[in-house]
Every structure is written in C-alpha cells, then in structure tokens.
Design a binder for this molecule. Structure first.
Ligand SMILES: [Zn+2]
Ligand SMILES: [Zn+2]
Length: 219
C-alpha cells in the first residue's frame, strides 16, 4: 500500500506530496515549501517517519510547485526529473517570481533526467504510471498508482474546478481533453490529489464538476 502525505505550502497554498510505502522509500512530488519553517516541516515528517527520499519529481514547473526543488535536491542528494516540455516553464520561473513579487525564491536546479509519457516511475514496491495531461501547462504530467488507487494530478483537475488556462502554454481544449480522456477514464474510486485544495475522487468529479459537465454538454 502506498501512502500519500501532503502539505499545503507558500502564499499560493500549493500541495506538496510525499509518497511512501512499507519499504520506507519515498519520493517527493512538487515540493512547494517556501519558508524555512515549511522546509523544516517537510524534513521533520521525513525524519520522523524514517523515510528515505529517492526521487524528486514535478508534475509541471510553475513557480509554486518548484519553490522547494533546490532544498529537496540539496538536502537529500536527489536529481530533478521533469517532462522535457516543461523546460520553458522552469526557465521562466525567475521572471514569474518577479511578476508575483516573490523575492527570495531559491532557484530550482536544472533537471538531470526527462520523464517519458507512459513510463513507470518506481520506488520501493510502488509503481506509478506517467499520464500526459497538458493544458494548464504545456507538458504537465500526472502520476497514477493503480495498486493504491490514486493519481497525483498537479493543477489539471481540482475538486469542482479545473486548472487555469491563461498562463503561457495553457489551452482550454487541451486541458479538457486531458481531464476527460486521461483522468476521468481512471477507475471510479481513484483518489485525485490536486496541486491546490482538497483531494477528490474520479466519480465525484464525473458527477458534479461544473466545468466537466459544461464541456461534455457542449459536445
Ligand atoms: Zn500550475
Ligand atoms: Zn499550482
């Protein structure tokens, strides 16, 4: 059984994820820890659970999802793994930080490996399938764990909402395709862990997400 722990960090209220299993190996997805206190909170959890971080992944490279990349990479000796299509987003992050008035951001390290769509991310006894879910960001990916029935969806799908599509590389139709073809086609009882807000479930979003219903009705 793979466990999902999340922390809500930074003025952007971003959800940072630690996934771990019985082997005590863990991976960190989208570390958004921004303050020293937030970085400590993340590390304390890892220390207290006696976890061994083995990978650092980003669903996409918007500012709020990469604040903690440097800290996690340095602290645990990990290399960053992202989809190649997120490079422009990662490179634009310092400019985005200026735009949002974020002055003391630790710049993210460059990725050392590109994640392929359809590949299986492995750690401990856990396997995560990489789904391609662009639209909010040009090459956003989601991590699906079939055995433990959850998906880490980044900013693609939220409880009763969807990711914004007005940022560079965003596209509404692409996003809705990602949501309806990649996420909502997963088994009904799959938990959806989003980049912001509470977790939800595939069947709940199919039934009541107003953006999904509107999109499906129009077609
Ligand atoms: Zn985002
Ligand atoms: Zn976000």
């Amino acid at each position: 059984m793979t466990q999902v722990q999340y922390f809500t960090f930074s003025p952007f209220s971003e959800n940072s994820y630690v996934l771990y299993d019985d082997t005590k190996e863990c991976i960190i997805v989208d570390p958004g820890c921004y303050t020293a206190a937030e970085r400590k909170k993340l590390s304390d959890f890892i220390t207290n659970k006696q976890l061994k971080p083995v990978r650092l992944l980003n669903t996409h490279c918007h500012l709020d999802h990469i604040f903690g990349n440097k800290y996690v990479a340095d602290t645990y000796g990990l290399d960053l793994e992202i989809h190649e299509g997120e490079i422009p987003v990662l490179e634009a992050a310092p400019m985005a930080a200026q735009m949002y008035g974020v002055n003391d951001m630790q710049p993210s390290p460059a990725p050392s490996r590109f994640i392929q769509v359809g590949e299986t991310i492995r750690f401990g006894n856990t396997e995560l399938k990489v789904l391609f879910t662009p639209g909010h960001s040009p090459a956003s990916i989601s991590f699906y764990c079939a055995a433990s029935k959850f998906v880490i969806s980044g900013d693609v799908l939220f409880q009763n909402s969807i990711g914004r599509t007005d940022l560079p590389g965003g596209n509404y139709n692409t996003l809705m395709q990602s949501i309806t073809k990649q996420i909502l086609t997963l088994p009904d009882h799959t938990m959806v862990y989003s980049g912001h807000g509470p977790a939800t479930m595939v069947n709940a979003e199919k039934k009541s997400n107003p953006f999904v219903l509107e999109y499906l009705n129009k077609r």
